[in-house]
Design a protein around this ligand. Structure first.
Ligand SMILES: [Zn+2]
Length: 433
């Protein structure tokens, strides 16, 4: 239990007191927003605020009982998302008690990033309502040089006031996902490469900050500019990333069949290197990763084999269209149901990184073969992705041009972080997935 020791000058109260519309419910669901707050008294009324966290193995009744409040939680309206049997440890409740009273008259709890529940007492009757949490959306632009890794570049390029470090890491992951078909971030980044990115920064009315979508970006890698613009059709179809000409960034094959975020939990300080010696003829690309890291199918295909194969150890081979096969070696094991003849989709987990066969340490050995001949998976041309549908092209051009102005602008278009966000740094990551 943690006392905030707060006292405030006035008590405001949602004028949504128990209306008695339905005598069966102790917890009437409010069909609409509570009316505007009404000050109950003109003279300052002092109250204390105390926070308490639901502990593991504790019930809501246990926690409320500590604060001298007895409620029948079985009758809570399901829309409050506060199921007494499913409630999880770690939820933080705020109890407000008028000075001189023996019990609180208001309890609030955040039940999701987008909702809080407010319990209020008038005389002896408690009433519970759900209130939406509004998030304000800002578009923020950052740019910088990539000297070592994408994460380090974003970590240095985005200030604490804009995004905390957890959200900066998420931004690096999101950006890596945008380019998963074009760039192998574990290998393709070199000193002198640059990035520009416009992303959404969401600020809640309680001061929390989280990352929204990446809207546009421009990566310059080895002198080549790779643009990406987020666009969804007018009918609310799924948003995708397109290049400046409207071609999808999606391709038939991922550049790397291991999630960047999984190989690189500490990628900021680590360089990737081949594990096997150079003396052996080496026909693939090796990815150092912790044992058990999921390995993804690089493209849609059918399992040709999944089993022991000499120096490869546990090997999966997939057959794709156009005479292309991919191989995944040294696996610790196979994902469920992965066996010869099974159809797999791009991005599906097929196995787990290990060190079976001729491997000196845990890593994935990946081969991309065309008509039986190994190719450098990072160099093969994968064609261009399917373009924006013709009927949405005008809308795409409009959005691309809007984002491009933000992306190219030399002066900072980023909105200043709100004062409230700076006051509440401890709440910033509470609702991150
Ligand atoms: Zn290898």
């Amino acid at each position: 239990m943690r006392g905030l020791g707060a006292s405030a000058a006035a008590l405001v109260f949602g004028a949504s007191a128990f209306l008695g519309l339905s005598g069966r419910w102790h917890w009437p669901r409010m069909e609409s927003q509570p009316a505007a707050p009404v000050a109950l008294a003109e003279a300052p009324i002092r109250f204390t605020v105390t926070q308490d966290t639901l502990q593991r193995g504790e019930t809501l009744s246990d926690l409320f009982g500590r604060h001298n409040v007895t409620l029948d939680f079985q009758r809570l309206d399901p829309s409050l998302l506060l199921n007494p049997r499913r409630v999880r440890a770690g939820l933080v409740f705020t109890f407000r008690r008028l000075l001189g009273d023996s019990a609180p008259n208001q309890v609030t709890v955040r039940t999701s990033p987008d909702q809080r529940v407010v319990f209020s007492r008038v005389s002896d009757i408690w009433n519970a309502v759900a209130q939406p949490i509004r998030w304000q959306r800002q578009e923020v632009r950052v740019e910088g040089a990539i000297d070592n890794s994408l994460y380090e570049a974003l970590d240095a390029g985005v200030s604490d006031e804009h995004l905390d470090s957890g959200n900066r890491q998420r931004l690096a992951w999101e950006l890596a996902d945008v380019y998963a078909w074009e760039v192998d971030f574990t290998r393709d980044i070199h000193p002198g490469d640059r990035f520009r990115v416009v992303f959404e920064r969401l600020v809640s009315e309680e001061g929390e900050v989280r990352l929204g979508n990446v809207l546009a970006s421009d990566l310059t890698i080895s002198g080549k500019s790779l643009m990406a613009f987020r666009f969804s059709g007018p009918s609310g179809s799924k948003a995708m990333y397109y290049d400046a000409e409207g071609g999808s960034l999606r391709r038939a094959f991922l550049r790397a069949p291991v999630e960047f975020r999984r190989i690189s939990s500490n990628f900021a300080r680590r360089r990737f290197h081949p594990v096997l010696g150079r003396s052996r003829r080496h026909e693939g690309t090796d990815y150092s990763a912790a044992p058990g890291t999921p390995v993804m199918a690089a493209g849609d295909g059918v399992v040709l084999r999944a089993g022991r194969a000499g120096g490869y150890g546990n090997l999966i081979e997939l057959r794709h269209l156009n005479g292309i096969t991919t191989r995944y070696g040294h696996l610790r094991g196979f994902a469920r149901k992965i066996r010869r003849g099974v159809r797999v989709e791009q991005g599906q987990t097929i196995g787990y990184v290990g060190s079976t066969g001729l491997a000196t340490g845990p890593h994935l050995h990946y081969e991309f073969r065309m008509n039986g001949v190994a190719k450098d998976s990072r160099r093969v041309k994968l064609g261009s992705g399917s373009p924006v549908p013709a009927e949405h092209r005008a809308a795409f051009i409009q959005e691309r041009d809007r984002l491009n102005v933000l992306l190219q602008s030399s002066d900072s278009t980023s909105a200043p972080p709100s004062a409230i966000a700076r006051q509440a740094p401890e709440t910033l990551t509470r609702w991150l997935p």
